[in-house]
Design a protein around this ligand. Structure first.
Ligand code: SAH
Length: 341
């Protein structure tokens, strides 16, 4: 049995054509799943009995299971259980421009970033596209509102699960389905060059964010082991190629870690590195966790860093802080439930 939420519209069309059914069935099914949000095949009322039986015999509508929710002003954080009892988390945020959701793409993560809670729990497996789609379905149904923006920035490295993440994007982007516009979807990577190269070939409108976190390899390698196999010079060349090919602006995420990457020299070096690039920098106040020793940079110093970038004509914002009260840093809810990986 296959999970029907794993199917793109095209794949479902192929399925029906192979079954000697009308291709149009796929659109009808998609609308039942994603517009009407039925929970069983029996609710697909204007579809013939043979087709319904066919679906019942070949597909499931199983969903991820909701476990718990934490709420704070403007943010809700959900913990889900998958069919093999693994757990993942999803964060919902209310903004003035809409509602965004931060989805997980793997159970655990192998990238090993030293400051990150998710990285302490090694990767157990990739998520199926359906398991990422279902995070959105559950939360939309819970809040009874449409989600406008999706960021793949939860647990996991999306480019270490490339095919499933791209399939997920296709499914939620489909106008007959959840219909979230490509420009409202952002994939965040720690800088896997091979993944970015593949992503360039997609020629889509999906946004790319890079977790940079340091202006040079010396610092980067101490906090992000993947910097060894993905050196900064090559990474920057690949990103420039992405910008040139897609004509899209890239976001650089930069966590502010006290005494590690937050000096004036770092700000100047970062300005030089990004000079004249079509990009913007998002400075992220580090969300401290009790399991990891890094401290957050003082606000005054974040402001100083910000000012240096500004003076050097780099577009920069400081991330609005959400949910430090609700264990909202990546992987914290799962970690604090003592659910090891
Ligand atoms: N693997 C992807 C996406 C998941 S991490 C990536 O690296 O981009 C999403 C973002 O949260 C990354 O920028 C990551 O570095 C950051 N992050 C991880 N732990 C954090 C913490 N404790 N406080 C603030 N940001 C954190």
């Amino acid at each position: 049995m296959k999970n029907i939420y794993n199917y793109t519209l095209e794949e479902l069309e192929t399925y029906f054509i192979e079954q000697k059914e009308k291709k149009f069935r796929a659109t009808q099914i998609y609308e039942f799943l994603y517009k009407k949000r039925v929970k069983s095949f029996a609710e697909m009322t204007n579809i013939g009995k043979n087709t319904i039986d066919n679906l019942k015999n070949n597909f499931t509508l199983n969903r991820i299971k909701f476990l718990l929710k934490q709420e704070d002003k403007g943010v809700k954080k959900y913990l889900f259980e998958l069919s093999d009892k693994q757990r993942i988390e999803t964060v919902l945020m209310y903004h003035n421009y809409g509602i965004s959701i931060c989805v997980s793409s793997q159970v655990g993560c192998n990238m090993g970033c030293k400051f990150c809670e998710s990285g302490r729990l090694k990767k157990i497996r990739n998520l199926e596209a359906s398991e990422i789609v279902e995070q959105i379905l559950y939360i939309e149904e819970d809040i009874k509102k449409r989600i406008s923006h999706v960021v793949v920035m939860g647990i996991g490295e999306p480019f270490d699960n490339y095919d499933n993440v791209m399939k997920f994007v296709k499914i939620i982007n489909c106008p007959k389905g959840i219909d979230i516009g490509s420009r409202h979807i952002t994939i965040s990577t720690c800088g896997i060059i091979k993944g970015i190269e593949k992503f360039i070939l997609e020629k889509g409108q999906v946004n790319l964010a890079i977790s940079l976190h340091a202006p040079n390899d010396t610092i980067r390698k101490t906090i992000m082991p993947i910097a060894k196999a993905n050196p900064l010079d090559k990474l920057m060349l690949t990103i420039k190629k992405y910008i040139k090919t897609t004509n899209r602006r890239v976001t650089f995420e930069y966590i502010m870690l006290d005494n590690i990457n937050d000096s004036k020299e770092c700000a100047l070096e970062l300005s030089k590195l990004l000079k004249n690039m079509n990009c913007y920098v998002n400075l992220i106040p580090y969300n401290e966790t009790e399991n990891i020793g890094y401290k957050r940079t003082k606000n005054s110093q974040i402001m100083q860093f910000y000012d240096i970038l500004k003076k050097n004509n780099i577009n920069v914002t400081i991330r609005k802080e959400f949910g430090s009260k609700v264990d909202a840093a990546c992987g914290q809810l799962r970690a604090n439930q003592n659910i090891g990986g």
